[in-house]
Design a binder for this molecule. Structure first.
Ligand SMILES: Cc1ncc(COP(=O)(O)O)c(C=O)c1O
Length: 366
């Protein structure tokens, strides 16, 4: 074993913005820190390995990773097919940033790959899917959708933020590119914003790395370090997130104040079969709609104490939010508009009994 590897358990934090060169045109692997630095390399190698991809590229946020992937794969006049249930920020990026620059887009039902195949628009070059989706937690059969995309000469991009590579590895199911907000489960502690893309194809990796450097939305070394530290506990955190989510689902199913529970493990959940096929477990996100509509949903999110009312997800502490007015407000009036009675939970790793008691008292209060 190489001496450094045996001694260093924590990757060094390399803060230098520039690196000494032996001669003009002869550097030692790094020139300028926007193009690459050792701490970012450590993160990119680690995440590529977790995702099962030959290439890994870290970005300053999940959305900047998405933006770089869109710039790489879609030219003006070409079309992105976006699942009709997706993170509001992805919808905003495509419809409000890339569309004005000439990219066409449509919202499509990805739960029906045969329908997608039959109605495929000739100008589509990318299918962009989330599974489980945000906020409905619908699960999409990655293998089936990727096969349809490939039949039409298009690429399939999967946002794997909700599942993480611990629960699901989209590249193994035929996806061409996987993207993540590392802000969520990968960082895991609500203290870093970051993004990541992993892929196998050298012909896509090269222009993507060009955009990473040329547009420059790269993470700071300390942010890379924080994500690397979070990753050390990803597996144990995910197991606890899943177990706690199951306890919450048990409370919600059949509760008189709850209209509908959305969790991929439930046999009647849209895409349960896809989730069972491609996921190790069903994740830490739970959504539900309230009897009493939006007014009741707003009351529930007001009354929890352990579940903090806040945007974001995937960290050790539990969060509750109202997607219609918070994370998905930008989708109002669009095909991605969210049911106003919906509440979304990011179930953390606190005591299961405390979490169940907190949500029970909030439901009792409405
Ligand atoms: C599924 C999903 N993808 C991407 C993002 C964007 O990530 P970031 O906030 O790190 O830019 C989010 C943020 O909430 C998300 O939920």
């Amino acid at each position: 074993m190489n001496g450094l590897k045996s001694q260093v358990q924590v990757p060094p934090l390399s803060l230098s913005t520039t690196f000494a060169q032996d001669a003009v045109g002869e550097h030692k692997g790094y020139e300028y820190a926007r193009s690459g630095n050792p701490t970012r390399t450590a993160l990119e190698v680690c995440l590529a390995s977790l995702a099962g991809g030959a290439h890994g590229l870290a970005f300053a946020s999940g959305l900047s990773a998405e933006d770089a992937v869109l710039r790489t794969l879609v030219r003006p006049g070409e079309r992105v097919l976006l699942g009709n249930d997706a993170y509001g920020g992805t919808f905003r990026l495509i419809s409000k940033v890339h569309a004005p620059a000439g990219c066409a887009w449509s919202a499509v039902d990805l739960t029906d790959p045969l329908g997608l195949d039959a109605s495929w628009p000739g100008d589509a070059v990318v299918v962009w899917l989330e599974t489980p989706t945000n906020p409905m937690l619908t699960c999409i059969d990655i293998e089936a959708v990727a096969a349809v995309a490939h039949r039409h000469g298009a690429r399939c991009v999967v946002d794997n933020t909700f599942a993480t590579p611990y629960l699901q590895r989209p590249l193994e199911h035929g996806a061409d590119v996987v993207v993540h907000s590392t802000t969520k489960y990968l960082g895991g502690h609500s203290d870093v914003i970051g993004g990541f893309a992993a892929l196998d194809d050298d012909a896509v990796a090269e222009p993507l790395r060009f955009i990473q450097n040329a547009a420059g939305a790269v993470p700071a070394p300390f942010d890379c370090y924080l994500v690397l530290r979070g990753l050390k506990t990803l597996a144990v955190r995910m197991e606890r997130h899943c177990a706690n989510a199951r306890a919450i689902v048990d409370l919600l199913v059949g509760h008189p104040k709850v209209d509908r529970v959305l969790y991929p493990q439930l046999p009647d959940h849209p895409g349960h079969a896809a989730a069972a096929k491609q996921m190790r477990d069903f994740g830490g996100m739970v959504s539900f709609s309230c009897v009493g509509g939006e007014a009741a949903a707003l009351e529930v999110v007001r009354h929890t104490e352990l579940f903090t009312l806040a945007e974001s997800l995937g960290a050790v502490e539990s969060l509750i939010e109202h997607p219609g007015r918070m994370t998905h407000a930008s989708a109002a009036g669009s095909p991605l508009q969210v049911d106003p009675a919906l509440v979304r939970l990011s179930v953390g790793i606190e005591s299961e009994a405390d979490l169940v008691a907190d949500l029970a008292q909030a439901l009792d209060a409405i």
